[in-house]
Design a protein around this ligand. Structure first.
Ligand SMILES: Nc1ncnc2c1ncn2[C@@H]1O[C@H](COP(=O)(O)OP(=O)(O)OP(=O)(O)O)[C@@H](O)[C@H]1O
Length: 275
């Protein structure tokens, strides 16, 4: 792999300055392996007969099953980049994102980040019993904004989310929201702050057309504000619009890493590059 973590020394400046400005790495993923351990999963014979006999006997399976979700992935992302992560269901995209966010330990290899990564998933933790209003305030405080900052940004966040477009929903508990409304509010809160590394897991797919346009524009702003954005999505048009670089993952392995159009077209044609 060309981008190896060991070759990058972020502390030193090169002795001779090139005319091309040096790109600043924000995330270095170096030969990373991630293994989930599922306890009580048994040996896992896949046949229908063994599944039925397991259910009928009502025995709790013993043992630990290992799922090797990411297998030796390496890449480096730079300041100002928006990087798409694509691949079929279960290929390891969300796992990779959670690991960059520091939420999953690596089995082997290392992940180095320059700045604070924030994972914005459709499951990001907001509290269902609290009103949208309270969640906006708590979410912003949790991201490190001061109470004065929260007050000044509040209207903008609610307007961006469009939660109040069809009535006063922001003063209702989050449990009364549709899944799309919840996802929009999560995105709006997270996007109110500029992030060093913003990790977005399918958030764009849940909003309606108008909201998707607003979020794409906001992602571009965040990127210009010098952060790095990672976007996991099955919606190739979002990836094309938002990201100039894309990484294709299958079975936990990196298949292709390059300009979005090249990678997404190869993915759509199901063509793996020949090595
Ligand atoms: N908590 C978990 N425990 C055990 N295995 C898991 C867990 N989460 C994911 N996996 C497994 O890890 C592998 C990668 O899953 P992951 O969610 O990263 O894929 P993905 O590419 O994001 O899929 P999708 O496109 O469907 O969201 C899959 O085989 C999945 O079954």
């Amino acid at each position: 792999m060309a981008d190896s973590a060991t070759k990058i020394d972020m502390g030193k400046k090169p002795a001779v300055q090139d005319s091309v400005p040096a790109r600043e790495p924000t995330v270095i993923v170096d030969d990373v392996h991630i293994v989930y351990r599922v306890h009580g999963a048994g040996s896992g014979k896949g046949s229908a007969t063994s599944a039925i006999s397991r259910i009928i006997s009502r025995k709790r399976a013993s043992g630990v099953r290992e799922v090797h979700a990411v297998r030796g992935i390496s890449f480096t992302a730079y300041k100002g980049e928006a990087v798409g992560l694509i691949g079929s269901n279960g290929s390891g995209k969300s796992t990779m994102l959670a690991a960059i966010a520091g939420l999953l330990p690596t089995e082997r290899g290392g992940i180095y980040t320059n700045g604070q990564p924030s994972l914005l998933g459709v499951n990001a933790a907001l509290m269902n019993e609290l009103t949208g209003e309270r969640n906006v305030v708590l979410g912003c405080l949790a991201m490190g904004m001061s109470p004065a900052e929260v007050r000044s940004r509040y209207e903008e966040i609610v307007d961006f989310s469009g939660i109040n477009d069809k009535g006063d929903f922001i003063s209702l508990p989050m449990r009364t929201y549709s899944s799309g409304m919840g996802a929009r509010l999560r995105f709006s809160i997270a996007a109110a702050k500029t992030h060093d590394v913003l990790l977005i897991d399918e958030a764009l797919a849940t909003g309606d057309q108008a909201f998707q346009q607003r979020s794409k524009a906001r992602i571009n702003e965040l990127r210009k504000a010098a952060g790095t954005v990672f976007l996991v999505s099955h919606d190739n048009s979002s990836i094309r619009e938002v990201c100039e670089r894309t990484i294709w993952i299958e079975h936990g392995e990196l298949v292709m890493d390059g300009p979005t159009e090249e990678v997404v077209s190869a993915y759509e044609r199901g063509e793996r590059p020949q090595h």
